[in-house]
Design a protein around this ligand. Structure first.
Ligand code: ADP
Ligand code: G6P
Length: 355
C-alpha cells in the first residue's frame, strides 16, 4: 500500500554527537508544529521513537548492527560506520518516504542490546536524528532538509560535565577520557557531515568575555545555505549586507557581558551561505520581541511567534541564548518548507508524481 504523491512523507535529517541537544531541538520542533511528541503507545517502553500528529522522530542508534558487546569485542565505537547498518537505514527510510510502513529495529540504550522491532507508519514528516543521517550518500539523497548541530569541544565539555558529573556521578577525569576516546571517530565520521547540511547551528564560547572558559555564555551561529529550494535564509535589517548590532539600550535589558548580533554572507565548505550570529544572553525573555521584530524571513504565522515559542518552552536548555533562538527559527523554517512542498504538490500533482 502506497499513498499518493501529495502526501508523500517529507524527510528531515538532524545530525550531532550524543549529548549535544538533539532531543531538546526535537521538542522545540514538534512544539512549532503544535503538539508534543510522545513515545509510541503499547510498544517497547525502551523505544527511542517519538510520535506527534504530524511528525515521527526516529533515532538512528536503532540501526546499530553491533550491540554493546559486539562493539566491545570488535573494538569499534558506536560512531564507527562498521557498527551501523546503512543498507537497512536506506531501505527503511526510502520505504517510509514511498508510503510503506516498516518494522524498524530498536536499540535498547539500557541493556545495550537490539530489541524486537516496532512498526513505523509513514508520517507527514519523518525526522531521522542521530550520529549519521548524512553519512551514507543514498540516505542523504532522501533528505528534503538537513541540519547539523556543531557544538565546539569547549562547550561540549562544559555540557557533559554539567550532565555526567552533576546528574550521573562521573568524575572529571572519566569525562575527559571518554571525550578523548571518541574524538578520532568523531572527527573521521561525524564532523564531516556538516558540509552537506542545509543549516548548521554552531555553538562556541563567547567572545564578549576575554579568555572565558566557563562555557556558560555562548556565541551561536546559524549558517544557512543559499539556493536551497523552499528555504529562504533569515536576515537582519538588509539582506546580503554585513551587519553588526548591539541591541542593548532603551528597548532591551542587557547585563554584563551584553548581547551582540552579526549577520552577513560567507562561504562554508565551498558553499555560499548567510550567517546570523548571536553572542551573549537575554536577561528578560519577553524582550526578545524587540530582536524578533528586526529579523526578516523568519516564517512566522503571526507577529511575535518566535517570542511566544521561546516563552512557552522557557525551561528548556538554551532558552536564554542563541541555541534556543536559532533552534526555534529552524523549526519555523522547516514548517514553512513543509507547507511549500505540500502546496506545490497540490498545485501540480503530475509533477509531484514524477519527482
Ligand atoms: P542529545 O539528544 O543530543 O543527547 P539532549 O537534548 O538530551 O542531547 O541534551 C543533553 C544535555 O546537554 C542536556 O541535558 C543539557 O545538559 C545539555 N544541553 C543541551 N542543549 C543545551 C543548550 N542549548 N544549552 C545548555 N545545555 C544544553
Ligand atoms: C549510543 C550513542 C553513542 C554512545 C553509545 C554507547 O549508540 O548514540 O553516542 O557512545 O550509545 O556506546 P557503548 O559502546 O559505550 O555502550
Amino acid at each position: 500500500i502506497s499513498c499518493s504523491a501529495a502526501d508523500k512523507t517529507i524527510v528531515i535529517g538532524l545530525a550531532a554527537d550524543s549529548g549535544c541537544g538533539k532531543s531538546t531541538f526535537m521538542r522545540r520542533l514538534t512544539s512549532v508544529f503544535g503538539g508534543a511528541a510522545e513515545p509510541p503507545k503499547g510498544g517497547n517502553p525502551d523505544s527511542n521513537t517519538l510520535i506527534s500528529d504530524t511528525t515521527t522522530v526516529i533515532c538512528l542508534d536503532d540501526y546499530h548492527s553491533l550491540d554493546r558487546t559486539g562493539r566491545k569485542e570488535k573494538g569499534v565505537t558506536a560512531l564507527d560506520p562498521r557498527a551501523n547498518d546503512f543498507d537497512l537505514m536506506y531501505e527503511q527510510v526510502k520505504a517510509i518516504k514511498d508510503g510503506v510502513a516498516v518494522d524498524k529495529p530498536i536499540y535498547n540504550h539500557v541493556s545495550g542490546l537490539l530489541d524486537p522491532p516496532e512498526l513505523i507508519k509513514p508520517p507527514k514528516i519523518l525526522v531521522i536524528e542521530g550520529l549519521h543521517p548524512m553519512y551514507d550518500s543514498r540516505v542523504r539523497d532522501l533528505l528534503d532538509f538537513s541540519i547539523y548541530l556543531d557544538i565546539s569541544n569547549e562547550v561540549k565539555f562544559a555540557w557533559k560535565i554539567q550532565r555526567d558529573m552533576a546528574e550521573r556521578g562521573h568524575s572529571l577525569e572519566s569525562i575527559k577520557a571518554s571525550i578523548e576516546a571518541r574524538k578520532p571517530d568523531f572527527d573521521a565520521y561525524i564532523d564531516p557531515q556538516k558540509q552537506y547540511a542545509d543549516a548548521v547551528i554552531e555553538v562556541l564560547p563567547t567572545q564578549l568575555i576575554p579568555d572565558d572558559n566557563e562555557g556558560k555564555v555562548l556565541r551561536v551561529r546559524l549558517i544557512m545555505k543559499e539556493g536551497i529550494k523552499f528555504f529562504n535564509p533569515v536576515y537582519l535589517f538588509d539582506e546580503g549586507s554585513t551587519i553588526s548590532w548591539v541591541p542593548c539600550g532603551r528597548k532591551l535589558t542587557c547585563s554584563y557581558p551584553g548581547i551582540k548580533f552579526t549577520y552577513g554572507p560567507d562561504t562554508y565548505y565551498g558553499n555560499e551561505v548567510s550567517v546570523l550570529e548571536m553572542d551573549g544572553q537575554f536577561d528578560r525573555l519577553d524582550e526578545l520581541i524587540y530582536v524578533e521584530s528586526h529579523l526578516s524571513n523568519i516564517s512566522t504565522k503571526f507577529y511575535g511567534e518566535i517570542t511566544q515559542q521561546m516563552l512557552k518552552l522557557s525551561d528548556f536548555p538554551g532558552s536564554n541564548n542563541g541555541t534556543g533562538l536559532f533552534q526555534t527559527i529552524v523549526g519555523l523554517k522547516i514548517r514553512d518548507l513543509y507547507e511549500q512542498i505540500i502546496a506545490t504538490r497540490a498545485a501540480a500533482p503530475l509533477e509531484a508524481t514524477k519527482a
